[in-house]
Design a protein around this ligand. Structure first.
Ligand SMILES: *Cc1c(COP(=O)(O)O)cnc(C)c1O
Length: 499
């Protein structure tokens, strides 16, 4: 039900009704509206209950296990929110002078430093506002690097078939031809295929490691040598860093540029189209191309660290085109998604190095425990010979062959059992796949409950397949027409929508 359908003419929320008739001064009469806008008229309690009820229809990590592989839907500690919303952060105008914003600049600078540390890169810019935008920044920097050297023959970006869809899309948006290479039966890159497509035309390779197949690419040293030997650069898709935080650094693996989804790994949950932050990190040779602004720390005139004499010296400032004339430019208005950046800063400070190691260890432990339990229960892991990273894949193909129940049916039935489904049908390499990421913050009981739910659904698939095919039965909406919902999305309310 829409709020408009709760509307009654003249019903008011007294506290919010305007007490005076507003007069718009200085606006030409021709531009003033003649009719009242069509707004719902409802009492305060009607409004409160309407939106509270709607919010209760959502699945969220605050209410349900949400094992969405490759999207790291992890717990967001409340402290991150609270601190990012301190009034002085919230009320600061993005164009306020740097001298009055030394605190927020210091936070951003420290976040850049921590991300450099964790990734082993030489420089970081926090400006991209999504993973995909970080990828765009990264590949744009690779292009700027080759261009600056007068190297105009590099027309291709190599992308493995397991890659997230944004990888090839990014390469194309940056004007490159995508060369897809296959993955072998172990989930690793096929090195012969890689060698076959690599040459003087190679601008770079985009790689996710651990890959979206949930395995760590063991031949990474050989891969980086193949690409670097022909003068190409290596791009690391670091959307989900949980499994490697504090353990391995993409810089040490030989990567030249990386994006990180702060809205997956660093406390802000992904999904729902909410705000994101896709910080980029680069090796030394790409530093001059970083997107702006980057926060710099100037040596204190007193020789010390930090603010020097309290607040009197501006020690932090934004680098501009004057400092980095070869920058690929601005990616976003002002200084990126500042709320997400501050949350990531608080989260990283709360964890520290020790905490980051714990994240990696528990993320990996939880994924491997869940994979082992599911295998024990008779489910088919896509790469049983490999350890899981922070995520892993099971295939529902045997179930489909036996009962006709597909991975999609299982996913929908999981909703009835109180679990958000894992990522379904991605990566497309594995038939009837579920890509499962439990994250580091889930308890053993929750993981066991998830295994039980899948076992129950498998039993239902044999005994009462119609029940599974018709799922979900308990949700506000049943099965959606995915194509229609995407192609004919209609989010506007018009009066003729009223009954
Ligand atoms: C989520 C994700 C992206 C894209 O991030 P967005 O913020 O959704 O644009 C890219 N690569 C991988 C592996 C991802 O999981």
């Amino acid at each position: 039900m829409l709020i408009f359908e709760r509307s009654h003419p003249g019903r008011r929320n007294a506290a919010q009704a305007p007490h005076t008739t507003a007069t718009a001064s200085g606006i030409p009469a021709a531009l003033l509206r003649q009719d009242q806008p069509l707004l719902p008229e409802a009492s305060e309690m009607d409004v409160v209950r309407h939106y509270t009820r709607l919010s209760q229809k959502n699945f969220s990590i605050d209410t349900h296990f949400y094992p969405l592989g490759s999207c790291t839907m992890k717990y967001n500690p409340r402290a991150c929110n609270t601190l990012a919303m301190l009034p002085n952060f919230l009320a600061r105008h993005p164009l306020a002078p740097e001298s009055t914003g030394q605190g927020v600049l210091a936070c951003l600078y420290d976040l850049q430093e921590m991300l450099k540390d964790v990734t082993g890169m030489a420089g970081v810019s926090l400006m991209p506002m999504a993973g995909a935008q970080g990828e765009f920044a990264g590949i744009a920097m690779i292009r700027a690097y080759h261009d600056a050297r007068g190297d105009k023959v590099r027309t291709e970006i190599i992308v493995p078939d397991a890659a997230h869809g944004t990888n090839p899309a990014t390469a194309v948006m940056c004007g490159y031809i995508v060369k897809e290479i296959p993955t072998d039966a172990n989930g690793d890159i096929d090195l012969d295929a890689l060698r076959a497509v690599t040459g003087p035309q190679t601008a770079g390779l985009m790689l996710t490691n651990p890959s979206t197949l949930g395995v760590f690419e063991k031949q990474i040293q050989a891969i980086q040598k193949i690409i670097h030997d022909v003068g190409g650069l290596l791009y690391y898709d670091g959307a989900n860093l949980n499994a490697i935080l504090g353990k391995v650094k993409p810089g040490d693996m030989g990567f030249d540029v990386i994006h990180m989804n702060l809205h997956k790994t660093f406390s802000t949950p992904h999904g729902g189209g909410g705000p994101g932050a896709g910080a980029v990190g680069v090796a030394e040779r790409l530093m001059q191309f970083l997107p702006l602004p980057v926060v710099a720390k100037l040596p204190s005139p007193h020789g010390g660290e930090g603010l020097g004499e309290r607040g009197s010296v501006a020690t932090y400032r934004y680098l501009t085109e004057a400092d980095l004339p070869q920058s690929i430019g601005h990616m976003s208005a002002f200084t990126g998604n500042i709320g997400i950046l501050l949350r990531a800063y608080v989260y990283a400070r709360m964890l520290g190095v020790e905490g980051m190691l714990r994240v990696a260890e528990f993320a990996t432990l939880n994924a491997n425990y869940l994979m082992a339990e599911l295998r024990k229960a008779g489910f088919t892991a896509a790469f049983p010979q490999r350890r899981a990273s922070h995520e892993f894949i099971i295939s529902m193909k045997p179930l489909k062959d036996a009962t006709g129940i597909s991975a999609m049916d299982v996913a929908k039935r999981l909703l009835d059992k109180g679990f958000h489904p894992p990522t379904t049908y991605f990566p497309m390499l594995v038939p009837e796949c579920l890509l499962i990421e439990p994250t580091e913050t889930e308890s053993k009981e929750t993981l066991d409950g998830f295994v039980n739910a899948l076992k129950e659904i498998r039993d239902e698939a044999h005994a009462t397949p119609e029940l599974v095919k018709g799922a979900p039965h308990t949700m506000p909406v049943r099965r959606l027409d995915d194509v229609k919902a995407a192609r004919e999305l209609d989010l506007t309310w018009k009066p003729d929508h009223l009954p």
